[in-house]
Design a protein around this ligand. Sequence first.
Ligand code: SAM
Length: 280
Amino acid sequence: MDLAVALYIVPTPIGNLADITQRALDVLNQVSLVACEDTRHSGKLLSHFGIETRKIAIHDHNERDRAKDIINLLADSQSVALISDAGTPLISDPGYHLVSQVRQAGYKVIPLPGACAAITALSASGLPSDRFSFEGFLPAKEKGRLDKLAALREDPRTLIFYESPHRIVHSLKSIVTALGADREIVMAREVTKTFETFLSGEAHDVLAQVEVDANQQKGEIVLMCHGFRTQETEQLPQVAIDTLTILSAELPLKKAAALAAQIHGLKKNALYKHGLNIGL
Ligand code: SAM
């Protein structure tokens, strides 16, 4: 493989080493430098695959300075790969400042597809995946957590959070308080690893299961919550929502809702509200 001069964004496995891609291995072998979140951690992964490329550490505290060094390498026609401890760099991981500075300096940034805990967990959750909002980690303090969840309470999209095992019970309690005990949620733990588990049900029920089982409070966790459902939107048939979506591309939402209501024999207000909820 002939490598174009660029900063390569390279996802690494989130647990199962077999999830590395052939292209990731080729790029990591061929670049001049691998920028890692933690060189010791990534050193183990790279040596597992027999990769001996030089490494440097890049983290939140030195990212801007490191960006200058990396831009100098690109100016010298040397390519660099960015990896994080696991999964896709920049997704709740360092790299944003680096990528924006490299782009601003006029160099190519080439992304490779690969593992990401949020997307992997969502794909098997059984929750709606047509629209979702990735929210990263919830705040550590209860007040911040409840405020953040309150702001998301009426969001109709599936909500995705990363969570650490020692905070999972607190976060589930906050979800019960702020989103409601009956909110449908899915907790995906240790995805792609030996003890992979998906717990699903109403928030109070998942909380009860996690509270009594210490094993559920271990490992890495993605928490997903069904989006807000109103009675009206729950009753809307998909075909009416499709009509509304098509009409609203050409007409103001009010008019589109009135026509869709007429076509499908529904209440125009319900369609109008649903249109607002889904951002039409
Ligand atoms: N950049 C990574 C990605 O693409 O998924 C995420 C990095 S973030 C610092 C680490 C968090 O991702 C963990 O605390 C956990 O919430 C989630 N995570 C990572 N690996 C996971 C796994 N195998 N199963 C479940 N969640 C995982």
